[in-house]
Design a protein. Structure first.
Length: 254
C-alpha cells in the first residue's frame, strides 16, 4: 500500500509538468522489479545517444498494472507476465500494435551465500524439511508474477501443500530477494536474473521449465502516451543492441 501511494503521488506530479518540461524528460516507463539493472543500463545507453533519459519506476507488475488501469500517467509498461498485460489490454489502455514479448527468464531456488543447503527442484523434493524452522520467501502468489510462477512450479512438483503455510510473502521479487540476502528466510524463489544480480545469495537449483507457465515479459506503449520518444525507446529495447543488454543481465529470448 505504501508503494502504491508513493507511485500515485509521483505520477500525479507528472500530470502537472509543463509540456516543455515533459518533452525535456524521457518517457515514463513502468517496469517489473526484476528489470532494474538491465532496463537502467538500457536507459543510460539511450540517453548517451542524446535522448532525454527515460524515467523508470520499478515494482511488482500487479501494482503497476492496477495503476495503469486506474489511469496513472505513463508511456510504456513492461510486465513480468502476460496475464497482467492482458488485464491492461482488456481495460483499453494499450496503444494498438505495440504489444510485443521482450525477454524471457528462469525460476530458481536461492539461499544465503553461506548456506550449505543442497536441493534439486524435482517432484517431491524435501523443500519443507530444508526450511527447518524458517519460512520460504516468495513474492505474493495471489498477484505478483514471480509468486504465481513459484506456486505453479511447487504445485506441479507436488510440494506446495507442504510449504503453503510456511511462506514469507513479499510485495515483489526484489523484496523476496532481500529477505534471503539478510538471512530473514533460509530459502526463496526468484528469477535467475535477480539471483545473478546479488552476491549475497547463491542459486540452489533451477525449476524445470515445464513446471510453470513460460516466463515472458511483454512490452507495450500505453494508449494515452504523447511522448515523442515512447515509440523510439520501445524500438531501441527491441533492437539487437537493446536485446544484447538484457542478455548480459541473464535474460533469455522470449
Amino acid at each position: 500500500m505504501a508503494f502504491v501511494l508513493r507511485l500515485l503521488l509521483a505520477l500525479a506530479g507528472l500530470l502537472l509538468t509543463p509540456a516543455g518540461a515533459a518533452a525535456a524528460r524521457g518517457p515514463v516507463v513502468l517496469a517489473a522489479a526484476s528489470l532494474q539493472e538491465s532496463l537502467t543500463e538500457a536507459a543510460n545507453v539511450w540517453a548517451a545517444r542524446g535522448h532525454p533519459k527515460p524515467l523508470l519506476s520499478f515494482a511488482a507488475s500487479s501494482a503497476l498494472a492496477r495503476q495503469v488501469i486506474a489511469g496513472a500517467p505513463a508511456d510504456i509498461f513492461l510486465s513480468a507476465d502476460e496475464p497482467w498485460m492482458d488485464a491492461v489490454a482488456k481495460a483499453g489502455r494499450l496503444r494498438a500494435g505495440t504489444r510485443v514479448r521482450l525477454v524471457g527468464n528462469r525460476l530458481v531456488l536461492i539461499a544465503p551465500a553461506a548456506s550449505k543447503v543442497r536441493l534439486t527442484p524435482a517432484h517431491g523434493f524435501p523443500l519443507a524439511r530444508a526450511l527447518g524452522s524458517g519460512r520460504l520467501a516468495i513474492a505474493d502468489p495471489d498477484a505478483v508474477p514471480a509468486g504465481r510462477y513459484a506456486r505453479a512450479a511447487l504445485a506441479h512438483l507436488g510440494v506446495w501443500g507442504s510449504v503453503a503455510g510456511r511462506l514469507a510473502p513479499a510485495e515483489n521479487v526484489r523484496a523476496t530477494l532481500a529477505l534471503v540476502e539478510r538471512g530473514a528466510a533460509p530459502l526463496g524463489i526468484v528469477y535467475a536474473t535477480d539471483a545473478h544480480a546479488s552476491k549475497a545469495v547463491r542459486i540452489v537449483g533451477s525449476f524445470p521449465a515445464a513446471s510453470h507457465p513460460p516466463i515472458r515479459y511483454p512490452l507495450a506503449v500505453l494508449k494515452t502516451s504523447r511522448h515523442r520518444d515512447a515509440a523510439a525507446f520501445r524500438a531501441f529495447l527491441l533492437s539487437s543492441q537493446g536485446r544484447a543488454i538484457f542478455a548480459r543481465h541473464g535474460f533469455s529470448a522470449p
